[in-house]
Design a binder for this molecule. Structure first.
Ligand SMILES: C[S@@+](CC[C@H](N)C(=O)[O-])C[C@H]1O[C@@H](n2cnc3c(N)ncnc32)[C@H](O)[C@@H]1O
Length: 321
């Protein structure tokens, strides 16, 4: 409850800052209310959204090799996951850990209390003896709070290319925070979406059924519902663009008219010029050189890049130096 109240206050402040900025923006972490969670479930099943099924297949083919280094330590460990969502792919790893009778506690971290509640229940239904401690918070707070046992080894998961929701400099900051949380010799498994045919990338954020459009527009619905906004959704267009040079796929909501939008909770009215854009999400794609540099600069050694045959995606296993 305390978190929900705090989160509401932060949501209002962040909307105020984002819509008052010279280049308007809304933070992508606010996509995930109840409806946003449902829409993201649909996105993961879209034919154009190659990310989920590619990463699923990487984990499905490599779970034993991925988990071998932490299991070989023969020590109780923490399995900490940033942005766990529904844990659909994590369950491949958990299933193996359970079959190996590994001694571990799972700490899924997510901003959405709704997904965490479902995840905990679904794990309890499937794995009787599993130890799960959900943490509802944003990545930075959860990492700074370090609510897991530091006498144990840790494997930190950051799957689903969630790291791509940060521009490069922010991603470095998060990875350095991760490194600061881990002890020397601990592990991190990070899912990176790789640079590839721009058409394939763009399709994943602009599907033919319009689910990614609805997901993007839902952030305005959330402002309407939670902050008393009067956004007219028909006056904003979902507009993703991919830049093959820096690997950033950015989603925007573009105002189709000169318009005023009132947000009661902020006691403010925001003006939108015709064709003015609100930036809502970045999904950065990486290449191998960038990965090597990131690991080096943030205090990790790359153990192995687990990837699919098309080299669309990599789950990169890192060890804290
Ligand atoms: C794109 S989904 C991916 C879920 C899962 N990792 C997967 O690979 O399927 C992102 C998840 O991260 C959560 N999330 C997004 N931004 C977050 C933040 N800043 N802090 C904590 N959780 C966040 C969302 O609620 C959502 O469940």
């Amino acid at each position: 409850m305390e978190f929900i109240l705090k989160e509401k206050g932060e949501f209002a402040l962040d909307v105020q800052s984002g819509l008052s900025a010279p280049n308007k923006y809304l933070l992508s972490k606010y996509f995930y209310d109840h409806r946003g969670d449902e829409l993201f479930q649909k996105i993961m099943q879209l034919p154009e959204y190659y990310l989920t099924r590619t990463e699923f297949s990487i984990l499905h083919h490599n779970y034993a090799s991925i988990l071998a280094p932490i299991l070989e330590m023969q020590h109780e460990f923490n399995l900490v996951e940033l942005g766990a969502g529904d844990g659909f792919k994590t369950k491949i790893l958990i299933e193996y850990l359970e079959s190996e009778k590994a001694a571990y506690t799972y700490y899924p971290i997510d901003i959405s209390g709704n997904v965490l509640a479902h995840l905990k229940q679904s794990l309890r239904d499937k794995f009787e003896r599993i130890q799960v401690h959900p943490i509802q918070d944003i990545y930075r707070n959860a990492l700074a709070g370090q609510l897991w046992d530091h006498k144990r080894r840790t494997l930190l998961l950051f799957l689903g290319a969630n790291i791509g929701n940060f521009v490069l400099e922010e991603a470095k900051e998060i990875l350095k925070l991760m490194a600061a949380t881990l002890g020397s010799g601990d592990f991190a498994l990070i899912g990176f979406d790789l640079k590839k045919d721009p058409e394939l990338i763009l399709g994943a954020y602009d599907d033919s059924q319009g689910v990614t459009r609805d997901f993007n527009l839902n952030i305005l619905t959330r402002i309407n519902k939670e902050l008393g906004g009067d956004f007219d959704l028909s006056k904003f267009k979902h507009w993703p663009v991919y830049n093959p040079v820096n690997g950033e796929c950015r989603s925007y909501l573009v105002s189709l008219a000169d318009q005023e939008v009132r947000v009661d909770a902020l006691a403010a009215t925001f003006h939108f010029k015709r064709a003015e854009a609100i930036h809502t999400e970045v999904s950065k794609k990486y290449d191998k050189e960038e990965l090597n540099q990131l690991a080096e600069e943030c205090g990790f050694e790359i153990i192995h890049n687990f990837q699919d045959d098309h080299e669309f995606f990599t789950d990169s296993l890192w060890k804290k130096r």
